[in-house]
Design a binder for this molecule. Sequence first.
Ligand SMILES: C[C@H](c1ccccc1)n1cc(-c2ncnc(N)c2C#N)cn1
Length: 295
Amino acid sequence: MITGLNHLASGKIRDLYAVGGDLLLVASDRISAYDYVLESEIPDKGRILTQLSMWWFGQLADLVPNHVLTADVDEFPAELAPYKDELRGRAMLCRRLAMVPVECVARGYLTGSGLAEYEKNGTANGVPLPAGLVDGSRLDRPIFTPAMKAEVGAHDENVTFEEMAERTGDPELAARLKDLTLAVYSRARDIAEGRGILLADTKFEFGRLPGGTLVLADEVLTPDSSRFWPADQWHPGRAQPSFDKQYVRDWLTSPASGWDPRSDTPPPALPEEVVQATRARYVEAYERLTGVKFV
Ligand SMILES: C[C@H](c1ccccc1)n1cc(-c2ncnc(N)c2C#N)cn1
């Protein structure tokens, strides 16, 4: 948290500030696992994921406008000058939008809450899926599985497209959000697959400009907003390893940590080698996707 700035909101990993009529979205080096924010930070994680978001916004600009004004600290308003070094590379100055109160989730692979519903009803957010799918199955056509935002700390509530249209009171907007979400995800899935990373699913946030234009907001297509799987370890029918969080998960569930995920106790600090190996995975994901060396 940066004292001295007008703090608006905080998620597990990121903080939001008001700067004049705009917003500053700042990504920390925090990492979460098993629904806990760990006490150990991953050096540069915020910078790597912010630079990855910026790269994706560029890749998607022909499909949808985004909310970013700049991520270059030298272009930030003068009032931010005292915080330049702390913000460099990990902050996006964004236009303030009227946010759409829906988590726009696209799934290209079946897992997590989507799999749970499928195993019960053969559907995902009420939409029937083909029979015989298993954990990690690739869906021929990505699906839109919206969720209504939950209070801090609770999980979002998956809703059908019809429920979403009803609860937003704007069926036309709901249809537009679905189309945009699927088009953007499909483009990203194809780009990532060509670079050895499976984007199993992702969560987009949209907002509207004063004139009503729909704009892609928040961070996009990072390992915090999406499930990243290494393509060369994909085996449908079991839980897939996480590209970025597997080292953390493996250590936390090993005897070495002395921690039990089923207990109500927070996880212990990570050993330095797990921190550094995890940092290396974020760097690798960034470099594989963008083709640019992280500096
Ligand atoms: C969920 C997310 C959040 C991020 C970081 C920390 C806490 C919350 N958030 C984003 C806005 C938001 N509001 C108005 N205009 C915008 N351009 C954005 C964005 N992005 C409000 N909440």
